[in-house]
Design a protein around this ligand. Structure first.
Ligand SMILES: [Zn+2]
Length: 459
């Protein structure tokens, strides 16, 4: 974290709460100005209209957009222009207007020289800059034009809010990774109200079962209508609600984001909050997105990006960010894309993501060569073991450590049950159970269900 940010946060935490609200709100008004404009409602209406297009109509539309974007990238963006220049000099005459002629890129290429990905008619000083920390902790620099941001937030408004009968005028809670409260604070508020976005930003770092009552009180006080949350943090809150018998405020929906949502978490949210839970998929690079409808289908947003599945990895071409085009960008996420066959019961014909199974880097390697997704963690929770949080760490092919935050009922039998769950799914591996107070979080407060520490090249 840069020093200036540390100093700023140190000052922020010392302010009385009403001044923290003023600072957060000022920031919120600035974001609102950047994200929404007079064209927003028109863009939202157009997006909702596209939801029911036939697959043929989508195909034509995305092909036109893609060809236009690829032409722009090959002629106006230094990184790609250079690449195509070299190919042409080698006598390669393939068309750059066809996606299959482009090689995949990953975030290392962007990190090496982010400016090379900016179109030459864009001035980064007039764009919104964002640095993503990424799961592996290496920052990536991104830029968006104001037009890009407006287009993106119109899609978000349509498919995350309007699909669920909500609008950006409704008060909402966001349980996520910004450090809005002193990490050392032992008393609430663990949140800050942002008037500009009508958003109660709740710290994920303080989301423990014991603090659940405080969080519920804050939601009630701010008349929060719906919640967006990291599943791992909301799971801690849900456990507190169920354990202490709290009555949470009536929410219209819970939207989960940023981490893989496991079934055991979804069940806990439905039980604790008695409201629908909808998952979503997206990324700061805004080149792929999907949201779950009321019928449990994860619908892709073809107008955000063209998503391909290459060796189990989602590879995406963003259609919105013409200022910094990412072509066949390796997302690092494991998933499956389904043909847009018949329409979903919700009436939308959008293609679907049939599975999202965490980060490619979080794969467990079984001794017999199988590659297992983080879904393995479900075994521990499906068995209703007395565990608050768990994480699987693989140090070698034949040894797995399970970090657990045990509840009072945890005993030697629990350890044996976890061990047998792991062995049943992975094979003959040595299982070590490690007790911790809290599973360590990565950058942005996100939790990984599986951490692979296998030496490079052993996969
Ligand atoms: Zn649907």
């Amino acid at each position: 974290m840069p020093l200036t940010r540390n100093i700023w946060l140190g000052t922020f935490y010392k302010l009385p709460y009403h001044l923290r609200v003023a600072a957060a709100s000022l920031h919120g008004y600035r974001l609102r100005y950047r994200r929404y404009g007079p064209e927003t409602e028109r863009l939202v209406a157009e997006c909702l209209e596209r939801d029911t297009w036939t697959s043929g109509r989508w195909k034509n539309w995305t092909e036109d957009r893609t060809a236009e974007l690829l032409h722009r990238a090959a002629t106006r963006v230094p990184y790609y222009r250079e690449q195509w220049g070299q190919r042409r000099r080698r006598g390669d005459s393939s068309s750059w207007e066809r996606l299959e002629n482009w090689p995949a890129i990953d975030r290392v290429a962007i990190r090496r020289n982010p400016h090379a990905f900016l179109a030459d008619d864009c001035d980064p000083r007039r764009m919104t800059a964002e640095v993503t920390s990424g799961t592996m902790g290496s920052p990536t620099q991104l830029w968006y034009s104001s037009q890009t941001l407006t287009a993106w937030y119109a899609l978000f408004e349509a498919r995350c809010r309007r699909w669920n009968g909500l609008s950006r005028g409704d008060a909402w809670g966001l349980l996520a990774g910004q450090a809005v409260a002193d990490p050392l604070a032992r008393r609430p508020p663990y949140w800050v109200w942002n008037r500009g976005l009508r958003q109660l930003y709740l710290s994920c770092y303080h989301a423990t079962p014991d603090n659940a009552g405080h969080y519920m009180e804050a939601l009630r006080q701010h008349d929060v209508q719906y919640l967006m949350a990291y599943p791992s943090s909301l799971y801690s809150i849900a456990q507190g609600i169920l354990r202490h018998g709290f009555k949470p405020p009536r929410l219209k929906v819970i939207l989960t984001q940023s981490e893989q949502l496991f079934d055991f978490q979804r069940r806990a949210f439905e039980e604790a909050f008695e409201c629908p839970v909808r998952d979503s998929y997206g990324m700061s690079e805004i080149c792929a997105a999907a949201a779950e409808c009321g019928h449990g289908t994860m619908h892709l947003w073809p107008d955000a990006g063209v998503v391909e599945e290459v060796d189990g990895e989602l590879v995406s071409t963003g259609l919105i960010n013409g200022g910094m085009p990412l072509i066949r960008y390796r997302t690092g996420d494991r998933g499956k894309v389904a043909e847009s066959g018949g329409a979903c019961a919700c009436g939308r014909s959008l293609p679907t993501l049939t599975a999202i199974e965490g980060r490619i880097s979080d794969t467990i390697h079984a001794p017999d060569g199988r590659k297992l997704s983080p879904n393995l963690i479900e075994g521990i929770f499906d068995a209703q073991l007395p565990v608050e949080e768990a994480q699987i760490v693989q140090y070698s092919r034949d040894a797995i450590t399970v970090r657990v935050v045990p509840t009072a009922a945890f005993n030697a039998r629990t350890s044996r049950a976890i061990e047998s769950e792991i062995v049943r799914r992975v094979g003959r591996v040595a299982v070590t159970i490690e007790h911790v107070e809290r599973i360590p979080r990565g950058p942005n407060g996100k939790m990984r269900a599986v951490v692979s520490q296998l030496p490079a090249g052993s996969s």
